[in-house]
Design a protein around this ligand. Structure first.
Ligand code: PLP
Length: 395
């Protein structure tokens, strides 16, 4: 029996079956490359689903985590730590206009960041929420209530909320859905799990106008799209829209678990002492990791690099006629395929040493580390037509 089969059988016998059988057993990584327990290597164009901003084993991240853990690994929220305060200040400086007062709540994941945001919306005294078709906000019950896929939600109903669903990007539908009883509108400025759908800047601006007119909060879920992947700290920043709530996680600490909920303006003070909490939120190791990610993104010019790498990848992917649409910004890229099964393409890619992901039967997603090299992109693009051929042949 191979080492892979041995581990996967043991996984099946010991780990709860919420994810199905994993595809590989990975052992180590460096940059955008990973190796499995058989010693085979792969170029990782998924990056832990938009998490490994700096790739694998980046010395700056390893150093920051190691130093912080050797200094102070955890304290409760009865106490503050230097990395926690510095990270909150950095996030506000990078993501919030200087004249807007804002505060950060730290937690451990995207779903938790959204759960905190959900509770902020309840503090408006209203309960009605407007969410987008195709939205994914996480698996905890509040976040799940705002996640559009019925198969994820229905086994757990009744879920909290009083949610109206609107088509992503449709200004008229949004205007019709929001009333004076609406607590908040939640939007992913770039929907990731739906296969990478980009909200137009005009849509985000309209959402700001509509929510402001009704006294509702505007909440951007930037868990997947934030932290430089689009060439900006937030995918929504180029629109100029200032939301009331922003949620972050995934790439924030480059692979160390963390989430953050930013409250802007009056929304910064809606949660009062005792109304929310978490043991691990603001953990100094996670915050030191995030500070190292931010510093490295700046020092290595990786926001600009995200745009350049994404443009190169998108242009190459579009060259095959079986690709009918290429979407995305920076290194969050989705393609739609005609006549080729996306999961079969993912399987063919894995056999050939590339990790990519299918978000649906005809959609493939790429979310590589921002440190992915041109040679790695060109290598993948050279293989791309053959991967589509292999998927077609397997059908
Ligand atoms: N929000 C968005 C936009 C996401 O893409 C995800 C995860 O894919 C989440 C929230 C949930 O994050 P987590 O899996 O860390 O709970």
């Amino acid at each position: 029996m191979s080492a892979t089969d041995d581990y996967l059988d043991r996984y099946a016998a010991s780990v709860m079956n919420t994810f199905g059988r994993p595809k590989l057993v990975l052992e180590r990584g460096e940059g955008a490359q990973v190796w499995d327990v058989e010693g085979r290597s792969y170029i990782d164009f998924l990056g832990g689903i938009a998490v490994n901003t700096l790739g694998h084993a980046h010395p700056a991240l390893v150093g920051a985590v190691t130093d912080q853990l050797a200094t102070l690994g955890h304290v409760s929220n009865f106490f503050a730590t230097r990395p926690q305060v510095e990270l909150a200040e950095r996030l506000l400086t990078l993501m919030v206009p200087a004249d807007v007062e804002a505060r950060v709540f730290f937690c451990n994941s995207g779903a938790e960041a959204n759960e905190a945001a959900f509770k902020i919306t309840r503090r408006t005294g209203r309960t009605h929420l407007v969410a987008m078709e195709g939205a994914f906000h996480g698996r905890t019950t509040g976040a799940l209530a705002l996640t559009s896929k019925a198969a994820y939600r229905e086994p757990f109903e009744p879920l909290p909320g009083d949610v109206t669903w609107v088509p992503f990007g449709d200004v008229e539908a949004l205007a019709a859905a929001v009333t004076d009883a609406t607590a908040a509108v939640v939007i992913e400025p770039l929907q990731g799990e739906a296969g990478v759908n980009v909200a137009a800047a005009a849509y985000l601006r309209a959402a700001r106008e509509i929510t402001s007119a009704h006294g509702a909060l505007l909440w951007f879920d930037e868990v997947q799209s934030g932290m430089g992947r689009t060439g900006h700290w937030l995918a929504s920043q180029p629109s100029g829209v200032v939301p009331d709530v922003v949620t972050l996680a995934k790439g924030l600490a480059g692979g160390i678990p963390i989430g953050a909920t930013l409250g802007l303006g009056p929304a910064a003070a809606l949660l009062q002492p005792g109304q929310h909490g978490t043991t691990f939120g603001g953990n100094p190791v996670a915050c030191a990791a995030a500070l190292a990610v931010i510093e490295t993104l700046e020092k290595e010019g990786l926001l600009a690099r995200a745009v350049e790498a994404g443009d190169r990848l998108r242009a190459g992917l579009a060259a095959d006629p079986r690709v009918t649409e290429v979407r995305g910004v920076g290194v969050l890229v989705g393609v739609t395929l005609a006549g080729v099964d996306a999961p079969a393409v993912v399987a063919a890619a894995q056999d050939a040493g590339w990790i990519i992901n299918a978000t649906g039967p005809d959609r493939v997603r790429f979310a590589p580390p921002l440190v992915v090299t041109d040679a790695q992109i060109e290598g993948f693009l050279a293989a791309w037509p053959a991967l589509l051929d292999a998927a077609e042949a397997a059908a």
